[in-house]
Design a protein around this ligand. Structure first.
Ligand code: UDP
Length: 363
């Protein structure tokens, strides 16, 4: 069980948001890849919370992770949680029944996917194929594949907010291609396994999900700006800060992911995000300065690597009509609230920064 009060509160929120749908997990076994990462740990924590408070019979979780970017598990191993160290690009044999499968392993930060170029492709393609093979072999009730809003590349402004039907504007050789194109092929594998073998797989396309448990050295924009505040260094805004993004707090995102996993929309992709707060990165930096340290400086260095300096998508905002209509999904956490929760957690998790007396709002 996590010792973080912010994360405990989040898990409570997630459990409330998916009851009574979550009863489908009662007495079942769920296998997840990437369980030691940011998203995976929230799934495992949410199921642990459901086991303690909600489910009539516990849901057993098996996690596969090779710790390439994941850090550690927040739930301890025991009868309902087993951790396997394995790189999912290699096939794996599991000697027990599996009811649900989540393929959340992946290398999502542009900093790391530009360093681990081939590993990034392998986990989204070979890894997805191996997970689909397991879903087929185990006759799983449902599988969830973690695709990405990056499948849309640098969308034409006429297609923003972007619906699932937009085909994308993506380079197959550019600086983001190893991530974008492998995520796209992963989706193609999913559809092919559904159409050929009837594997009940669904795909989610997350839009800039953030929250507690992200590595402060993840280098994505929110952890990087918060880390800068904590270290007292200027917030690095790349490319003039004109690119726009929307940000989805983790509790809303996990609620959306469970809704897709536990649905019957086999072979379908779903956007998961928050469509309420499309802002420029300059504005994001200004909000963070205003919230946490009015003396902090904003800097404009060149992008960290070619994914930023040559291929930064200009905008990203989800069209959530499909999620709202089919799955009754509604994001609830506004950006300022989510940022405060992130900061509260960062100080909880990194006591070396606690001397910075930001007003902790939630803990
Ligand atoms: N960005 C920034 N400073 C940072 C990290 C990112 O200005 O320290 C910008 C980046 O150029 C991009 C946006 O923030 O426009 C989001 O970047 P991130 O790596 O979080 O995710 P992406 O959506 O690009 O995959």
């Amino acid at each position: 069980m996590s010792s973080s009060k912010v994360i405990q509160h989040d898990l409570n929120t997630i459990a409330d948001s998916i009851a009574p749908l979550a009863q489908k997990l009662s007495g079942k076994t769920l296998l997840i890849s990437g369980g030691a990462g940011f998203l995976g740990n929230y799934f495992i924590g949410a199921i642990d919370h459901l086991n303690r408070h909600t489910l009539s019979k516990p849901c057993r979780v098996i996690s596969i992770d090779n710790f390439s970017t994941g850090i550690k598990y927040r739930v301890e191993e025991g009868p309902n949680f087993k951790a396997i160290k394995h790189n999912i690009k290699e096939p794996i044999q599991i000697d027990e029944d599996v009811d649900y499968i989540i393929h959340a392993a992946g290398i999502a930060s542009p900093k790391f996917y530009r360093e681990l170029k081939i590993e990034t492709i392998d986990v989204a393609t070979l890894g997805t194929k191996n997970m689909l093979g397991l879903a087929k072999e185990k006759k799983a009730k449902s599988m969830l594949y973690f695709s990405s809003s990056e499948v849309y590349g640098d969308p034409d402004p006429r297609h923003i907010p972007t619906p699932e039907t937009y085909h994308g504007a993506v380079s197959c050789t550019g600086p983001r291609a190893n991530y974008d194109e492998s995520k796209r092929l992963g989706e193609t594998y999913c559809v092919a396994y559904f159409e050929t073998h009837n594997v009940p797989v669904k795909m989610v396309r997350p839009f800039n999900v953030y929250g507690p448990g992200m590595r402060l050295d993840d280098y994505r924009v929110i952890p990087n700006f918060i880390a800068s505040i904590l270290k007292g260094t200027p917030l690095p805004v790349y490319g003039g800060g004109n690119s726009k993004r929307t940000f989805c707090y983790i509790t809303d995102a996990i609620n959306g992911f469970f809704r897709v996993l536990l649905s019957e929309h086999h072979g379908h992709p779903f956007n998961v995000g928050n469509d309420q707060n499309e802002i420029t990165m300059k504005q994001l930096a200004e909000i963070i300065v205003e919230l946490f340290d009015s003396n902090a400086k904003i800097d404009e260095p060149p992008g960290l690597n070619d994914a930023y300096s040559q291929a930064d998508p200009k905008r990203r905002c989800p069209d959530l009509t499909k999620m709202r209509t089919l799955l009754k999904y509604e994001p609830k956490v506004d950006l300022r609230t989510g940022l405060k929760r992130f900061m509260d957690w960062a100080i909880e998790a990194h006591p070396e920064y606690a001397k910075k007396a930001y007003p902790l709002t939630i803990v």
